[in-house]
Write a protein that binds this ligand. Sequence first.
Ligand SMILES: *Cc1c(COP(=O)(O)O)cnc(C)c1O
Length: 403
Amino acid sequence: MTKKNHGTVGTKSVWAGEEEVLVHGATQVPVIVSVAYNYDDMDEWFDVAVGKKKGHIYGRNTNPTVQAFEEKVRILEGAEAATSFSTGMAAISNTLYTILRPGDRVVSIKDTYGGTNKIFTEFLPNINVDVALCETGDHEKIEAEVEKGCKILYLETPTNPTVKITDIKRMAKKGKEAGAIVIVDNTFATPINQNPLELGADLVLHSATKFLGGHADALGGVVCGSKELIEPIFHYREINGATLDPWAAYLLLRGMKTLKLRVIQQEKNAMELAKYLEKKDLVKDVYYPGLKTHVNHDIAKKQMKGFGGMLSFSLKGEMDAVRILLPNLTYANRAANLGAVETTYGPARTTSHIECTPEERAKMGIPEGLVRLSAGIEDTEDLIQDLEQAFAILEKSSVSLGS
Ligand SMILES: *Cc1c(COP(=O)(O)O)cnc(C)c1O
């Protein structure tokens, strides 16, 4: 490991993982677009192909730019190994399909990311994998299900969109005792705020599309853990082909240079917006782990270094009020992504949980009028004033109180 891979987390996000790919004195990571690699020496080619020697053969398997991305995330998560994917969902599905066999059992929570939930409810049953989904935050229930035996304990914390928190340390301990592989989706927290591997998880994964990249211009996913667990996942991916594109890897790497700065400002904005919304008459509920009123505030305080940039809120006028409030915002994208430098608003029923029926959403505790808010890096005052003027318009309207 080179000297540049050390330092604390903010320094690592700038320097780590890049050195090997920097050639000709370049200070920035090159985008290596080559699909295949040339070998004049037949024996060397063979040695690289069978993994006896370091090098690259074909772009579906490995790529130097993509490897620099994997290295940076690996180092930030303090893992032994990492492998990347074309999207966050590819990271999740490839990981699950590598590990699971017919007859296996998975224990997870009800409000994982919408796509993950679909894998659990729609696709895994097809291969005869049984999935027990517990009420998020009901630690006793999760423990009871884990005790019955499972191959995977799959967690996501904070969750999308109600920002619920699960105690990773407590659950990982239970999972290990039951012989399960403990997986945590760390997309919302980022390695700046939470390190699941340190808390006892076996695998940590990310939709790099969100906070890691941070600019909503590249899709990607990554999973980190021990060599023993990552190698078969890499093998599954190299054969099945959900490879991260080198251009996307470059954009994600560039985004990660500013990860810590972004997260600090997003968090400051999220906290101020949450406090502002909490005082607003037209707001029914505000969900942010940084608020003392949040059900899991104590766990969040214990396991996270910061509360992150994600919050959600519901309005008294439900969707009718959302239809007025959101279009009247200036500094806002009304879009399905999150974790970007721009503040982004979206109703959960249109974004994270579009795949679910109203009944399914209700069962997950997601009100139809719930708005997910991903705080950007703008100046706090502008975001507050923007909401203030949009609320003034809503107040004048006839739907403001849900009539
Ligand atoms: C977006 C997201 C995913 C899926 O990632 P994609 O890059 O869109 O495939 C998974 N988990 C969480 C928590 C997410 O927010």
